[in-house]
Design a protein around this ligand. Structure first.
Ligand code: CA
Length: 222
């Protein structure tokens, strides 16, 4: 899941970006309003954490432009502490939630997951497909027979992408976009290697190769 982090406080952004990657997001980070607009127009962004005070403009205007251009991904805005006018303006401009600085990273993650779930029309922090349940908060895969597997960040991101859309075929390029940001450039073998690892957990018939097209998650396979 590709997340756009727009934040000009380098220390905060660096720490946040590390944490977001660890819990399964592929993070694009920018410090500027103009680049935030360009990235959202060019890339397939799934959610954004948006600071309102940016060096070359206001995050509020960025948000208004995204919404005016039909970009509806969930947005969590970061506001100055106690600045209720900013919160109101942000929500009116189309933000899904806000958080005042300073904040606990855990709260940001919980709120972010919540607005993404709402956007996807889910109320629980789990994705269920057939015998498999993926727990977003713990990054754990449970299988109906009782087995439970802790997943690494990359395994989790890949599996979440496939399980979010069971039956849909994803090419290696599409999967790479989900797993890595624009600065990283992994080879095709990386995806193959991770698919192999996931198949050891869910079974070879659950993640199927469609020749020349890519991979798909089949939930009902045993
Ligand atoms: Ca700022």
């Amino acid at each position: 899941m590709r997340l756009l982090l727009v934040e000009d406080d380098i220390l905060l952004a660096d720490a946040l970006s590390t944490k977001l990657k660890r819990v399964g997001y592929s993070v694009e980070w920018t410090t500027s309003a103009s680049e935030a607009l360009a990235l959202a127009a060019q890339e397939d962004i799934h959610a954004s954490v948006l600071d309102l005070g940016l060096p070359d403009g206001s995050g509020l205007q960025v948000l208004e432009k995204w919404r005016a251009n039909g970009l509806n991904f969930p947005v969590l805005i970061l506001t100055a502490r106690g600045d209720w006018q900013d919160k109101v303006a942000g929500l009116k401009a189309g933000a899904d939630d806000y958080l005042a600085k300073p904040f606990q990273t855990e709260e940001l993650l919980a709120r972010l997951n919540a607005i993404i779930r709402r956007y996807q029309g889910r109320s629980l922090a789990t994705i269920e497909v057939g015998r498999f349940t993926l727990d977003e908060d713990r990054q754990v895969l449970q299988i109906m027979d009782g087995e439970e597997y802790s997943l690494t960040g990359t395994e989790y991101r890949l599996l979440r992408c496939l399980m979010d859309h069971p039956g849909q075929v994803f090419s290696k390029n599409q999967l790479k976009e989900q797993l890595y940001n624009l600065q990283e450039n992994p080879g095709d073998n990386v995806i193959e290697a991770y698919i192999l690892r996931l198949r050891k957990i869910v079974g070879a018939k659950t993640i199927v190769t469609r020749r020349g097209q890519g991979y798909t998650f089949i939930g009902q396979a045993t």
